[in-house]
Design a protein around this ligand. Structure first.
Ligand code: PMP
Length: 398
């Protein structure tokens, strides 16, 4: 039976990490996968996380199963981060949240819920988008279509094209929106543009699904939720898949959540029963550790404050690297205008480097970036910056 199985292609991002690990050149640099690195090139555990783990070590009495929906205090804390403490959506009990394994698990649960329980069978994703989106949605049984998003000539958003494509969607279609720090372009909508997207979703009865994996990496926790909150103020129904992999540095704990906002509490209760049925069929209930870490931090004023400070320092370091990257490329004699990189948000930058330039960076200089030209700016440090910029200058200039 297994002799008929064909070899799957390597994942475009995680496959690159495998190649990086196998590379023996000591000066190698991985700017592929979206992992935050500090100035020393490390991905340390946040200090607030270590403290929460110490508390859990002392206080945890049992490893009994969680309920299907996970840690309840966690789910409530997620809603506050998404909608704001005073949100009427929370007060009116229109939102239901289930803890899920990372942003990926949350997207998968959301998609399977839609396929099994609603007439929504088509999802529109931005072109380009995170490489795993199509894989997740198609595996769950959704048909994936693309709306235009990025204009290569200007390294900017093509908002008119985005609206034109969404105008072609049918009632009931799902629209995947990156809450902030769009992956891979780093280009986000302005608040005015979010309002226009909200209106088109309302007019055409489209269902927004927010992928919110980088809250706090753009401008701040509340600032980065402005798009989501603007859309939620207009449309009656939406879904959110959020992740704490990046903003709590909890990559391998697999901690995220799927949230449904329904028109009223009755719809929310019935929808939640189906979300739980989907979870039960997939992994029964989520792992506890990550959810408990996050809920412990968010429930404690001083740990919450410490988390905000640590998140701010990650965000500010990336912003500093963006500026330094643009200046260093210029200093290396690259005349091409890369100033757009300092205007982008989050971990990634769509550099505009071609596939062959990307291949040369890997083969000749041991610098790993994704084939699309996406650079993880969060992997740049003052130490590796000179070598990276010299190499990029060489592949551009010769
Ligand atoms: N959505 C986007 C846009 C992402 O970039 C990522 C992580 N690379 C995820 C979802 C998934 O996050 P997680 O690791 O929590 O599954």
């Amino acid at each position: 039976i297994f002799s008929q199985v064909t070899l799957a292609p390597a994942d475009p991002i995680l496959g690159l990490t495998d190649a990086f690990k196998a590379d023996v050149r000591p000066h190698k640099v991985n700017l592929g996968v979206g992992i935050y690195k500090d100035e020393a090139g490390q991905t340390p555990i946040l200090s607030c996380v270590k403290k929460a783990e110490a508390i859990l070590l002392e206080t945890e009495k049992s490893k009994n199963y969680l309920g299907i929906e996970g840690v309840q205090a966690y789910n409530q804390a997620v809603q506050k981060l998404l909608f704001g403490e005073q949100s009427s959506i929370i007060a009116n009990k229109r939102a239901v949240t289930a803890q899920a394994p990372g942003g990926t698990g949350s997207l998968r649960v959301a998609s399977e819920f839609l396929v099994r329980n609603t007439g929504s069978t088509t999802i529109w994703v931005s072109n380009p988008t995170w490489a795993n989106h199509q894989n997740i949605f198609e595996t769950a049984g959704l048909t994936v279509k693309e709306y235009r998003y990025y204009k290569a000539e200007t390294n900017d958003l093509d908002f008119a094209a985005m609206l034109a494509d969404l105008a072609n969607a049918n009632a009931g279609d799902v629209v995947l929106l990156h809450g902030c720090c769009h992956n891979p372009t780093g280009i986000d909508l302005s608040i005015e543009q979010w309002k226009q997207v909200a209106n088109i979703c309302l007019e055409k009865s489209l269902l927004p699904l927010f992928d919110f994996a980088y809250q706090g990496f753009g401008a701040g926790i509340d600032e980065d939720a402005q798009g989501l909150r603007a859309v939620a103020a207009v449309v009656p129904e939406l879904l959110i898949a959020n992740s704490f992999s990046k903003n709590f540095g909890l990559y391998n704990e697999r901690v995220g959540a799927v949230t449904i906002v329904a028109e009223d509490q009755d719809d929310a209760i019935r929808s939640f029963s189906q979300i739980k049925k989907t979870i039960r069929a997939n992994y029964s209930n989520p792992p506890a550790h990550g959810g408990l870490i996050v809920s412990t931090i968010l429930a404690d004023a001083s740990l919450h404050q410490e988390w905000q400070a640590e998140l701010t320092s990650m965000r500010e370091r990336i912003a500093e690297m963006r500026g330094l990257f643009v200046a260093s490329l210029k200093a290396e004699g690259v005349e091409q205008d890369f100033s757009f990189i300092s205007r982008q948000n989050g971990m990634f930058s769509f550099s505009g480097l071609t596939k062959s330039q990307v291949a040369r960076l890997k083969d000749e200089f041991a610098i790993y970036i994704v084939g699309s030209g996406r650079i993880s700016v969060a992997g740049l440090t003052k130490n590796n910056m000179p070598a990276v910029c010299k190499a990029i200058a060489q592949v551009i200039l010769s």
